[in-house]
Design a protein around this ligand. Structure first.
Ligand code: COA
Length: 259
């Protein structure tokens, strides 16, 4: 499908995905959700892509939430279906096989914060504001916010912010561990790119196994400790591990081949 609201640019081995409805502060309307679904759920991951950055168009908002105008008169059944559709997209982002960074360049509210929380790493600009303001509208987060906010910042802080709908600033988000870096608007994207380049320089098999073990943490059917031991052992017989250890001992940078 035509990507009108979700712009995809390729920069080397990275994808930069920009949510682009600046007149509505990049609010996630149906079309934008369909385009995100096409990108993250429907299309196979291009194996040459080593990382993804998601950001918002303009300097005011990352994403100011779901498009409230589309809520008017929506029947319960359609709203529940919309929630499930959004959860599928955000789960696909969380399960994306390469690192996805949210470069939060302004308001990250409602579905915007929920999308950011589905990413593997969150960086923010110093003007960013975060919140789950759904209670102000008489509803609740529907794209995973009640679950992921608790996971990320703990029950106490999450309940405070979910129950009040309060907005927090970038400094508070940093302190709470909701983001791991705060930069000027201008430095945000370059810093996200630098971070992905750094990850891409590590042993690719090790990176893949970090993803597998981290996913196991959230899957009650998998014993994460057992998986970790298994994968730790498996990596010992890879060429990359031999290279990593030899390079360390020889005091030179490693040259990984992904084997
Ligand atoms: N859905 C639809 N349109 C939205 C939107 C949303 N979530 N958030 C902002 N917009 C639109 C506004 O309606 C306005 O459009 P208009 O110019 O046609 O009236 C435009 O974006 C600019 O927003 P505005 O409210 O004028 O900017 P502001 O700087 O005064 O306030 C916010 C910014 C983010 C505080 C405010 O827009 C807001 O509270 N948005 C809703 C956030 C929200 O509740 N999100 C969760 C939804 S479930």
């Amino acid at each position: 499908m035509d990507q009108k609201n979700v712009l995809i640019e390729r920069e080397g081995n990275l994808l930069i995905v920009t949510i682009a409805r600046p007149d509505a502060l990049n609010a996630l309307n149906r079309r934008t959700m369909t385009e995100l679904h096409a990108l993250f759920v429907d299309n196979p991951v291009d194996e040459s892509v080593q990382g993804v950055i998601i950001t918002g168009a303009g300097t005011k908002a990352f994403i100011a939430g779901a498009d409230i105008k589309e809520f008017v008169g929506m029947p319960a059944q359609d709203a529940a279906a919309l929630s499930a559709y959004g959860q599928d997209i955000f789960n696909a982002i969380e399960n994306y096989p390469v690192p996805v960074i949210a470069a939060i360049n302004g308001f990250a509210l409602g579905g915007g914060l929920e999308l950011a929380m589905a990413c593997h790493i969150r960086l923010a600009s110093d003007n960013a504001r975060f919140g789950q303001p759904e209670v102000n509208l008489g509803t609740i987060p529907g794209y995973g916010g009640t679950q992921r906010l608790i996971r990320l910042v703990g029950h106490g802080r999450a309940m405070h912010w979910l129950l009040t709908g309060d907005m927090i600033d970038a400094g508070t988000a940093l302190q709470a561990g909701l983001v791991t870096g705060v930069y000027s608007q201008q430095d945000l994207l370059p810093e996200a790119q630098k971070l992905l380049a750094k990850i891409a320089s590590k042993g690719p098999l090790a990176i893949k196994e970090i993803f597998n073990c981290a996913r196991a943490y959230h899957d009650p059917e998998i014993d994460g400790f057992a998986l970790e031991s298994d994968r730790f052992g498996w990596l010992f017989e890879t060429a990359d591990f031999a290279e990593g250890v030899n390079a360390f001992l020889a005091k030179r940078p490693p040259s990984f081949t992904g084997k």
